[in-house]
Design a protein around this ligand. Structure first.
Ligand code: THU
Length: 135
């Protein structure tokens, strides 16, 4: 599959945000993960017991892993709250990315709109990370 444009990943992440199940925080997040054979969309899924909540990023990753994907290029994350900051992946999601992605080449795109997004590499947002090669 050809590489999708970053902007297209952002557009899909914004569409995935509409699926958010977030009755407790009201904070909707969508994600679009680009893998070798396709894209995987995810949203955050909250729980009345709070801690079982799954972030949008992990929803997308776990769908992709189940489908057999192991080669990931980029993820776009769309989320914005009252302060209108970007929704950066939480520490748990960064660690899941570290399990499956090359931190030097895997792109993490945080988006507020199709015209307002920032691009990072996993290595920048999780320096000195622990990964399978660390064992
Ligand atoms: N959340 C995500 O889905 N991804 C992020 O990058 C940050 C936080 C979700 C978890 C929870 O449902 C809500 O946002 C508030 O923390």
């Amino acid at each position: 599959m050809r590489d999708l444009e970053d902007r297209e990943l952002v557009r899909l992440a914004i569409s995935a945000r509409e699926k958010s199940y977030s009755p407790y925080s009201g904070f909707k997040v969508g994600a679009c993960l680009e893998a070798a054979n396709g894209v995987y969309l995810g949203c955050n899924i909250e729980n009345a017991a709070y801690s079982p909540t799954n972030c949008a990023e992990r929803t997308a990753f776990f769908k992709a892993i189940y489908e057999g994907e192991r080669d990931f290029r980029a993820i776009a994350v769309a989320g914005w709250g009252s302060e209108s900051g970007y929704a950066y992946p939480c520490g748990v999601c960064r660690q899941v990315m570290m399990e499956f992605c090359d931190p030097k080449t895997f792109k993490v795109i945080v988006a507020k709109s199709e015209d307002d997004y920032k691009i990072h590499y996993l290595e920048e947002i999780l320096p000195y990370g622990f990964c399978p090669k660390s064992l």
